[in-house]
Design a protein around this ligand. Structure first.
Ligand SMILES: Nc1ncnc2c1ncn2[C@@H]1O[C@H](COP(=O)(O)OP(=O)(O)OP(=O)(O)O)[C@@H](O)[C@H]1O
Ligand SMILES: Cc1ncc(C[n+]2csc(CCO)c2C)c(N)n1
Length: 258
């Protein structure tokens, strides 16, 4: 069985070795919810930055608030997205004009009312990425959790629709990503910034057998399904958690407050 490693390095300060030889190439998608307090750190980790429609308002309004000791207009001209994509029904016109003048690519897909702005943004990033680079692509998504439940479920559905792409949904409090079925997953825990609360939830179908190590309540060829057992309020015990399952699982872990 093939192995897949996971590590929330994007929550750690950017270090020179990572700048020289990053193991994964990050992209950032900003959704239309409050920016997390570590938004500027994610920006530094991600050379490609896309705002999904109203996410551009958040970047424009809130990045200066996260950097209160700097001049607001300097912050705005430093944090310019590569692209703004979506159905453009939420972005304010002055925000659109501001970024357009600074060279941001504007992709209006208002004709498509069947896919979400996150879906459109993920498709854009995948299309910009060569096939050889796709295996090392990791998309970080801010504002994806909390808020409106239909949006949250839509965001989780994007994980399933693009299950061959690493996508991490983020809020201030936690992160969520998919562990595709039939891999030996090794999750490296950075206990200075994440944990100990975590969960493993089957998505799309019941799990006939899931096995873990490194958790307080490990699974041992355990069945999980909605309406039966799902692993919530679990606790990470070691520096590494391993997971194997015959179905796709969502992995979630808490993010520590500073
Ligand atoms: N309250 C929220 N909770 C979670 N995700 C959100 C929330 N609001 C927006 N998003 C995410 O940000 C993206 C862009 O938001 P935006 O408000 O521009 O979308 P929208 O398509 O205009 O939404 P709607 O028309 O349903 O209000 C959405 O596609 C969704 O992924
Ligand atoms: C069955 C079905 N349900 C809801 C929508 C609406 N919808 C889904 S994604 C989207 C775009 C949001 O930016 C909109 C309006 C649809 N098309 N089909």
């Amino acid at each position: 069985m093939e192995s897949l490693s996971h590590s929330s390095t994007f929550l750690l300060p950017v270090t020179p070795p990572e700048k020289n030889r990053p193991p994964l190439s990050n992209a950032l998608v900003i959704l239309n919810q409050r920016l997390p307090r570590f938004a500027s750190l994610l920006w530094e980790h991600a050379p490609i930055r896309v705002c999904a429609d109203g996410g551009a308002n958040r970047l424009y309004d809130e990045m200066p608030l996260l950097l209160p000791h700097e001049d607001a207009s300097h912050v705005r001209t430093r944090y310019v997205p590569d692209a703004i994509k979506g159905d453009m029904d939420s972005i304010r016109s002055e925000v659109l004009d501001f970024y357009k003048v600074l060279g941001t690519e504007i992709i209006d897909e208002s004709h498509d009312q069947d896919t979400t702005d996150l879906h459109k943004s993920v498709a854009y990033i995948r299309d910009c990425t060569s096939d050889t680079d796709k295996s090392s692509l990791r998309i970080l998504v801010t504002g994806a959790l909390g808020g409106r439940f239909d949006h949250e479920i839509g965001n989780i559905n994007v994980l399933c629709r693009f299950s061959d792409t690493r996508i991490i949904l983020l809020s201030d409090d936690c992160l969520v990503h998919l562990l595709p079925m039939n891999y030996h997953h090794k999750i490296y825990i950075h206990s200075s910034v994440e944990g100990p609360h975590c969960g493993l939830i089957p998505i799309g179908m019941p799990s006939g057998s899931s096995t873990t190590t490194g958790l307080k309540w490990d699974l041992n060829e355990t069945k999980m399904k909605f309406g039966g057992l799902v692993s919530t309020s679990n606790i990470v015990e070691g520096d590494v958690v391993t997971v194997q399952s015959d179905s796709d699982l969502l992995w979630t872990i808490s993010i520590k407050k500073p």
